[in-house]
Design a protein around this ligand. Structure first.
Ligand code: PLP
Length: 486
């Protein structure tokens, strides 16, 4: 209904319900019904149970109907959904403005309810199995849509490349029984906390299915861009610095601003570090200002400087050799392997000098450097540091010799990344450096923070003006000393 208020969209009822019994060609029927609609964007609503009823999967629908967008509307509280369903089945009323219908109550058997959730989970998994990976789902939480209708609608329409920035949306939500759950469930006191708060994480189920298809970890699936529409006659202009910002990212930025936790010592950089350590299973993850700084930090932590050679791909971004030069070392460029985007172990070995101290690989355009395990072994044997620059390949997997899949960035002593707006993991700008050896934690932190590593480095009580000024001065001196020593 809300979508249909946009003049380019017409969105209709459930064409695939089980109301009229089984059909010979359910998708063909839907196609015919959609083809009579006149708007540039047409759509229809369906439920997982109806797809199961017609023995359809989403991938079949998407392929035969040339579906461009799938909006996954879901409700956080399973009990709420279950109770609505029970009331509707009993009263045949889904939405009502009648005050008298607000008195409805249902009995919920906790065990039966949990079985229902299991069944629902199975149904979702079945329907989204083999999700067409070129279709990025638009997740909409029912509760968000009701509470923040305009911003949610803007987000949905933006994902569909439709402009609605001037529109204000209002949802008048007349559920059959708008009273709190505890008043709708006669057996409320007999339900356990687990039953009362049961939820199904539908986005995770969908992302897992897409992740399996794409061979990408499910937590990154929502970062993938939408399918590209056909280019206009004049061609596309790609804006390098226009990132895809998810609603979660937006909320987290607002949280940082609202809580005043915006510095490098704030909550979110720490949270980012924790998450990176978890993803890459590494000891140290140090956020920093950009990808260039990340390489400089890795080289400084490895004590590489004047008199040292560092092997770098000749086909990469200029920041890579520049970072080598700024620490005083000499970049030694190596060509790509034939028909490859990166050098192979052969080119790397051929470029080695007796001054080589490190090798940087960059997995250009997200293409893994071949045979990373052998390159890592070579570096270990020659006592070279291996630095993986994953700016263009963060969270991409490569296949190892035994056929298993492994994340790029987990082979080297260090992994660096730019988080500039066009990167795979982007923050507008920014970067991070990972280190396998926990011994690098202090040094990397100290380099990034100019030696301000010890507490209470960032605390200054204003009422102690004189003492604090002296205190601050003291920490500056300590910081400088630490920096000079390091
Ligand atoms: C492989 C590689 N390394 C380093 C950088 C530099 O990153 P930043 O611009 O964040 O300093 C880039 C940026 O394009 C890159 O592609």
């Amino acid at each position: 209904m809300l979508l249909s208020t946009h003049f380019d969209v017409v969105c209709t009822e459930d064409f695939l319900s089980d109301e009229y019994g089984p059909r010979d060609d359910p998708v063909g029927d839907v196609n015919r019904e959609l083809s009579v609609l006149r708007q540039p964007v047409v759509g229809f609503k369906t439920f997982p149970e109806h797809l199961v009823y017609h023995q359809l999967s989403l991938v079949e629908l998407a392929r035969r109907l040339d579906v461009k967008w799938v909006i996954v509307l879901w409700r956080q509280s399973c009990l709420d959904m279950y109770v609505s369903l029970q009331i509707a089945l009993r009263t045949k009323v889904w939405y009502s403005t009648e005050p008298k219908s607000q008195a409805e109550m249902v009995e919920v058997d906790g065990e039966e309810f949990l079985q229902y959730i299991d069944k629902m989970e199975e149904r979702w998994k079945h329907v989204v199995k083999g999700w067409p990976p070129d279709i990025v789902p638009i997740f909409v939480k029912y509760d968000d849509l009701v509470q923040n209708t305009t911003s949610e609608m803007h987000r949905i329409l933006h994902c569909m490349s439709l402009d609605a920035s001037d529109c204000v949306f209002e949802a008048e939500c007349c559920r059959q029984n708008p009273t709190p759950l505890s008043q709708k469930v006669s057996t409320w006191n007999r339900l356990s906390d687990h039953e009362r708060s049961a939820s199904l994480d539908i986005p995770s189920i969908v992302n897992e299915a897409i992740g399996r298809e794409l061979d990408v970890q499910s937590e990154f699936v929502h970062l993938l861009p939408d399918r590209e529409p056909p280019p206009p006659p004049s061609g596309w202009r790609y804006k390098v610095c226009e990132p895809y910002i998810t609603s979660t990212s937006r909320e987290n930025v607002l949280d940082a601003v609202d809580s005043g936790s915006v510095s490098s010592a704030g909550r979110w950089p720490n949270e980012m570090s924790r998450k990176l350590r978890e993803i890459f299973d590494t000891a140290v993850a140090q956020p920093c200002s950009n990808g260039f700084a990340a390489i400089v930090l890795a080289l400084r932590a490895a004590c590489i400087g004047p008199g040292d050679d560092v092997i770098v791909p000749s086909f990469t971004m200029i920041a890579v050799p520049n970072a080598v030069r700024i620490v005083g070392a000499r970049p030694v460029p190596v060509d790509n392997a034939t028909r490859a985007y990166n050098p192979s172990i052969r080119e790397i070995e051929a470029a080695a000098t007796n001054k080589t101290k490190a090798v940087i690989v960059t997995h250009t355009y997200g293409v893994p450097t071949a045979d990373m395990e052998s390159i890592a072994v070579l570096c270990l044997q020659r006592r070279w540091f291996l630095v993986e620059d994953v700016s263009e390949s963060a969270c991409i997997l490569t296949t190892t010799a035994n056929g298993s899949r492994r994340l790029l960035g987990t082979f080297g002593d260090f992994a660096c990344a730019s988080m500039y707006a066009n990167k795979l993991l982007q923050a507008g700008d920014g970067g991070f450096v990972l280190a396998k050896d926990a011994a690098h934690r202090y040094r990397l932190g100290s380099l990034v923070n100019h030696g301000f590593t010890r507490r209470p480095s960032y605390t200054w009580n204003r009422h102690q003006t004189l003492k604090s000024a002296a205190w601050l001065q003291h920490w500056r001196v300590v910081a400088w000393t630490q920096m000079i020593l390091s």
